[in-house]
Design a protein. Structure first.
Length: 406
């Protein structure tokens, strides 16, 4: 149960109480899924082209993963500072304003002439891209409890599709228009979806009236007092650290000896991860049927097995492809199960629950990404694979002990 010292206002959606709110139209759900995917993709466009960005702006190879880390840190900041506002501010307006900020930041990022400015703008775009995590709780607010896993899973399919397609799209576009072209393309996409959202997204006026400082301070209390939230966030932090390490390091490996692949061939490789999007609806239905623990165990095990297979990736492209598929399947399944579980806790504070959950595991992802380049330079690809295996192993150990106590 949530700590009693947190305010518990009754949620409202237009004028309807929780459970009686009108269902999402198909057009609205589709637009929300596309928007969530387009926003989340902004965090991953840089992953397969960090070497190109670094070469253009004079960045040393050991520091290239800082570009990915900056976007993830920005996302974590946005989760803490912006997403909780969804519990007190009209949701559609908040989402559209944040999307507009993301579009403007992407244009500036595509035109930046210097490395320090690029890192600052990458951070800013990461902050604004958290509109994706305002969309998911909004969709959950229009879903009956018995269907929440399915509906959240469908929206997450769009979000995860954006994440998984970002890498191949970025590589393809970079091969023809340079690395700046992908950010301009994203700016146009986000701006167009914001215009569509202004007509299609449902309005939701939460009844919460907490001051901003109180709202933000409550996040720490939620982490400490909600054991389900804490466990789910830490499980996924371990998996997302492995995800960040694998997908930051693998494209760099493929651009070098012995592979020497072009950006277009790297794009084809990163398409292997797109199969992970299939895990979202399946995991949502498993959770609705009461199989959350079994699904979590399977998801963590998939990522751990993937990183063991990745050890063979120095001289086996097939091993890297299989590892990429398994990493994304496990990560996406666990993400959906975790969100379904935390959204069951308290309807009035879903944005804060989601903010704590996402911030925790994105910090794990930032840690994995930030360590990748220096470890790759010093210990080679097998050092990255060992790093990627260490985090899900910790998550599995925590799962086996924490769930038994729970």
């Amino acid at each position: 149960m949530t700590s009693p010292n947190l305010a518990r206002p009754t949620e409202s959606s237009r004028t309807a109480p929780e459970g009686a709110a009108p269902r999402l139209s198909r057009a609205a759900a589709f637009a929300m899924a596309l928007s969530a995917g387009a926003l989340a993709a902004n965090l991953y466009y840089a992953q397969p082209v960090v070497a190109l960005i670094g070469a253009d702006l004079g960045m040393s190879p050991a520091m290239e993963s800082l570009i990915v880390t900056a976007s993830q840190i920005g996302y974590a900041l946005g989760l803490v500072c912006l997403v909780p506002l969804g519990d007190v501010v009209e949701n559609r307006r908040l989402i559209l304003l944040t999307m507009a900020a993301a579009a403007l930041g992407l244009v500036a990022l595509a035109l930046t002439p210097s490395l320090p400015l690029l890192l600052a703008l990458t951070l800013l775009v990461g902050v604004a891209s958290t509109a994706a995590q305002m969309i998911v709780p909004l969709a959950a607010s229009f879903a009956p409890a018995e269907e929440r896993g399915r509906i959240v899973g469908n929206i997450m399919t769009g979000l995860l599709g954006g994440i998984l397609l970002a890498r191949p799209v970025s590589s393809f576009v970079a091969g023809f228009a340079g690395w700046r072209g992908i950010f301009l393309l994203s700016a146009l996409l986000v701006a167009g979806l914001a215009l569509a959202g202004s007509r299609l997204f449902p309005a939701r006026r939460p009844a919460g009236r907490e001051r901003y400082g109180t709202l933000i301070r409550s996040l720490g209390r939620l982490f400490l007092t909600e054991p389900v939230l804490r466990r789910r966030a830490l499980y996924h932090a371990g998996l997302f650290a492995a995800f960040g390490a694998f997908w930051t390091g693998a494209p760099i490996l493929l651009l070098r000896e012995p592979y020497n692949l072009s950006p277009q061939w790297v794009a084809l490789f990163t398409l292997s991860g797109a199969l992970g999007v299939l895990a979202a609806p399946v995991a949502g239905r498993m959770a609705d049927r009461g199989h959350s623990r079994r699904g979590t165990l399977i998801a963590i095990s998939l990522v751990l097995v993937a990183m063991l297979i990745a050890f063979l990736g120095t001289h086996s492209l097939a091993a890297l492809v299989v590892a990429g598929i398994l990493v994304d399947l496990g990560v996406q399944a666990n993400l959906v199960i975790g969100q379904r579980e935390i959204f069951q806790l308290d309807a009035a504070i879903r944005n804060r629950l989601n903010a704590v959950y996402m911030t925790t595991f994105f910090l794990g992802g930032a840690l994995g990404s930030s360590l990748t380049s220096p470890i790759l330079e010093r210990f080679g690809w097998q050092g990255v694979a060992a790093l990627g295996g260490f985090f899900p192993a910790l998550a599995l150990l925590y799962f086996l002990t924490a769930e038994r106590r729970g």
